[in-house]
Design a protein around this ligand. Structure first.
Ligand SMILES: [Zn+2]
Length: 275
């Protein structure tokens, strides 16, 4: 019922990814009994309990990873929006510079017109030449400003293209992030729902374990997490991989007690295929 929504989505990068929940079916006493015959009931019950604890650890770890995944999506959208803002601001700045030049040209044209009028009215030859010089200087300045305007117009065209691209990218990223954020909400809800189910089941499974064995398991589990009860294939500890002393292996094999590994303190169990 949860499988589709619990898979790690493809957009989650390796750095933010935690182990996705195994979709392997939950261990049950029935499944165990069929696959590992001749195992003591207490070991069977502990293996089921350990399976629930593993699932709980994975579920909690996936739930803990959700805020980082959410931040990542929000940051992506914010980054492309900021890039769009930067490009748009540059385009606005070019337009504002261009208008400033236009105003300067207008002012110069007005000055030329005013000086031209005064020039027409003067009778002094020297003054006439001085007005003429002013007019030519202003005309030269207008040409210089118009060249700058042309340069800015080219920049404005390029900036407009950049703005269009950045706007498209930002809109696409925003839509994608929104979609993935919505998926993440569903995913987190499903994870929490499964967590509740497995937590309840864990209580049921724990009640099936003989109290002394349960206490021993829980004490080791506090240090060893999801690898508390391990097999002894060929007399080797399935947790730390050290060769076990013969008497410990034989104790595990006899299944009358649950020995601990002298090296890593994990609980040891034996099943027929480990001989
Ligand atoms: Zn060990």
């Amino acid at each position: 019922m949860f499988s589709a929504a619990l898979r790690c989505p493809a957009w989650v990068p390796e750095s933010a990814r935690v182990d996705c929940i195994s979709r392997a079916p939950a261990l049950t006493l029935g499944v165990l009994s069929a696959s590992v015959r001749l195992m003591s009931p207490v070991i069977e019950a502990l293996l089921v309990l350990q399976d629930r604890d593993r699932r709980l650890l994975r579920l909690r770890s996936e739930i803990e990873a959700v805020p980082a995944q959410r931040r990542l999506l929000e940051e992506r959208a914010a980054r492309t929006a900021a890039e769009f803002d930067t490009v748009r601001h540059r385009s606005q700045q070019i337009e504002s510079d261009r208008k400033k030049l236009e105003l300067e040209v207008d002012t110069l044209k007005q000055r030329i017109s005013k000086v031209g009028a005064e020039q027409q009215q003067t009778r002094s030859n020297d003054q006439y030449k001085a007005f003429q010089h002013q007019i030519e200087t202003s005309q030269g300045e207008i040409r210089r400003l118009e060249d700058q305007q042309l340069g800015l117009m080219e920049q404005a065209e390029a900036a407009a293209r950049d703005v269009a691209v950045a706007q498209k990218v930002a809109a696409e990223q925003k839509a994608e992030s929104t979609k993935h954020l919505a998926e993440l909400v569903v995913r987190e809800a499903n994870l929490r729902q499964e967590l509740t189910v497995v937590e309840a089941d864990r209580v049921v499974q724990a009640a099936k374990v003989e109290p002394a064995a349960l206490s021993k398991y829980q004490s080791v589990a506090r240090k060893r997490g999801d690898s508390t009860l391990v097999g002894v294939p060929k007399g080797v500890c399935g947790g730390c991989h050290m060769q076990l002393p013969q008497h410990i292996f034989l104790t595990a094999k006899a299944q009358k007690d649950i020995p601990t590994c002298p090296n890593c303190t994990r609980l040891l169990y034996f099943s027929s295929e480990m001989d």
